[in-house]
Structures are given as C-alpha cells and as structure tokens.
Design a binder for this molecule. Structure first.
Ligand code: NAD
Length: 343
C-alpha cells in the first residue's frame, strides 16, 4: 500500500513536471532588414550572371497616380532597391484626376513594350478609379504585384504564377527562421485581397504544389470576428500573422507561449510628439511570450520590397519564352484572319 502511494505520488510529480510550461524567455527577433540584405545580394548575383550571359537587363516600370505621399515614398524605395540590384527602373507619374481609361491606356502601352519586364500600378488609386479593373489590365506575365485575376487564381490552385510580394515576404521570414509549419495552426488577421488573403493562401496551400506553400491549418479572421473569438483562435495558433492596421490589436494574453508572431501592419502614430511607425502587435509585451517576432519597422516591410524584386527578376527570365508564345499567337491570329478573308 505504502509502496503504491509512493509510486502514485512519483507518477503525479513526473506528469506535473511535463505539464508545467517552460518559463518564457524573450522572443527571437526576426530581423527583416538583415534577411532582406542577404536576399538582395543573392538577387544581385543572379541579375549579374543573367546579364553576363548576354541577356537584357531586367526592367521594372511603376505607375504612380495622384499625390499620396506614402505611395510616393514606397515607389521611390522600390526604384532605389531595383537599381541596387541591377534592375533598371522607371516611374510614370500621372495626376490625381487621371481617368480610368487613360490609366488603362498607359498600362496597355507598357504591356506591349518589349523592353519592359515588370509593370506595377501603386495602390491605393484615387476614388474615381476601380482598382480591380487596373490590376487586371496589367498583362499577367508582367504583373510583378501578382494582383491579376489569373495570378490570384493560380495561387488559389497552387499553380506556378506570380505570388504577391507581401505573402512571399511572410513565407520567407517564416522559413528562413526555421519555424515548423507542416500541420501546425496559423491565424491570419485581415483578409484584404492584396495582403491578408494571399498570405493565408500561401500558408494553407499544399507544400507539394508549385508555389512553395506551407501546409498549415489556417484560419482567417477579419473585422467581423468578435475580439473574444479572435483571442480564442490566436491562443491556439503556432503562427499569428496580423495585417489589419490597428495599433496594439494583439496583446500578450492572446498569444500561445512560443508562437511565431509576424506583424505586417504599418501604422503611423504620434508618440511623445514624434511620428513613429508601429504595427498591430504590442511588441514589448508580446515579445515576452512569443518564440519569434517581427519588429515594425524592420520586419515585413523591407522583405516585401525585396520579394517584389525577386518577382521582377523571375518575370524577366521568363520573357524570352513569353515572347515566343506572344509572337506565335500573333502569327496564328494573322493566319486565321487571312484564311477567313480568302475562304
Ligand atoms: P485593408 O484595410 O484593406 O484590410 C484590413 C483588414 O483588417 C480587413 O480585411 C479587415 O476585415 C480587417 N480588420 C479590420 N478591423 C479588424 C479587427 N478589429 N479585427 C480583425 N480584423 C480586422 O488593409 P491592407 O491593405 O490589407 O493592409 C493591412 C495592413 O498591412 C496595413 O497596416 C498596411 O499598411 C499594411 N501593409 C504592409 C505591407 C508591408 O510590406 N509591411 C504591405 C501592405 C500592407
């Protein structure tokens, strides 16, 4: 009896030991700036050898409509980064009252210009222009933002296409930090078509497909997810991605100890009389429980720009093949027209 009691107490102590969570250490900070610098030099080496092999230097054209100061800064950053890698870049600026038809005409000219590999139209656009129409006016083969219906569709199906840069940035930060993903739980907060949704698609997709998805059990939360429900989901998540735009939306009590927290948001906040960039995550407190965390600034932001460059290099490397296809198609159309004429 006494021996049995000792054994029971021993078993309880052992099982309790295994259920006590480890004291939380400070999270590893995922340094997006450092990782993006590494990728920048990898891309520069690829561009150099592409050009050395006799190919034309890749070229990116950005179209900037209106006077949005943040958009001007983003476009400038993209062009400076492109040049640093050896990608030629050009910005076409158009006034605030540009009509949708005029913008589509400019995009179509760029689509037909064989000296250009990548085209992007900086969002947001003035209210008189329907963004979806513009995103789908860019030729899918030049759509470095990956916002064209064809590219979004390919991402949904796990087929090779162009994946939006922010989603690629998030995946790259996760995989370069050796975070385990297969079969793990992810929560993406935010479901916008250009940010939250593509991130969720890339996390949930089949790793055996062509896009390099992460096989995660993925939940999408949005503005109609009650905060208490959001908390239940995030508490179960091994990876939490926040792409909302509300400072301190994510607090310590919402995070599973050891989880990886990726903050996509960029908010401008007035702190002690100075403008500061912050994300959705209450960084200092969440870093106490998370295993990995991205800072804002210096996390997803620099990675997004560099992944856009990766897309630009990839589309330029596919150009020769694409040209053969386009010329072949033009010949076929002309042949068909001639046949119709003489039949
Ligand atoms: P958006 O306004 O289009 O979408 C915001 C999303 O948040 C929506 O899906 C909405 O349903 C959801 N949401 C709103 N309130 C919520 C709440 N209380 N709880 C849960 N979900 C809520 O914005 P966006 O274009 O998707 O951008 C999101 C954030 O990411 C912004 O801060 C933006 O500046 C930033 N961003 C960063 C990068 C980068 O490279 N780091 C790139 C693009 C966007």
């Amino acid at each position: 009896m006494a021996l049995q009691r000792v054994l029971n107490i021993g078993t309880q102590l052992i099982s309790r030991k295994f259920h006590i969570s480890q004291p939380s250490s400070k999270a590893v900070i995922i340094d997006g700036k450092k990782i993006s610098k590494q990728i920048q030099s990898e891309l520069k080496a690829s561009v150099d050898s592409w050009v050395l092999a006799g190919n034309r230097r890749p070229k990116l054209v950005a179209v900037l409509v209106g006077n949005n100061e943040a958009s001007k800064l983003y476009v400038k950053k993209k062009c400076v980064t492109a040049e640093s890698i050896g990608i030629d870049s050009e910005t076409i600026t158009m006034c605030e009252d540009t009509s949708q038809d005029d913008l589509i005409r400019v995009v179509e000219e760029l689509n037909h210009d064989h000296s250009i590999d990548g085209v992007l139209v900086q969002l947001p656009l003035p209210n008189n222009i329907v963004e979806r129409e513009i995103c789908s006016a860019v030729a899918p083969a030049k759509d470095v933002d990956g916002f064209h219906l064809a590219n979004m569709g390919r991402l949904c199906l796990g087929d090779r296409g162009i994946v939006p840069a922010t989603a690629l940035a998030v995946r790259e930060l996760i995989s370069r930090s050796n975070i385990e993903t297969k079969g793990k739980n992810a929560v993406v907060i935010g479901r916008s078509k250009h940010v939250g949704l593509p991130i969720a698609l890339l996390l949930q997709g089949d790793g055996k497909g062509q896009v390099g998805a992460l096989d995660m059990t993925t939940t999408i939360c949005h503005r109609y997810t009650p905060h208490e429900e959001l908390k239940k989901y995030t508490q179960l998540a091994d990876v939490v991605i926040s792409a909302v735009g509300i400072p301190r939306l994510l607090t310590k009590d919402m995070i599973k100890p050891g989880a990886c927290v990726i903050d996509v948001a960029i908010n401008r906040e007035l702190v002690n009389g100075k403008w500061k960039l912050t994300g959705d995550v209450d960084f200092n407190e969440v870093a106490e429980v998370a295993g990995h965390i991205t800072p804002v600034p210096g996390g997803v932001g620099p990675m997004t720009v560099i992944m856009l460059m990766k897309n630009t290099l990839e589309v330029s490397q596919k150009r020769p093949q694409q040209l053969i296809y386009e010329v072949g198609k033009e010949l076929e159309d002309t042949g068909r027209k001639l046949l119709n004429k003489y039949n």
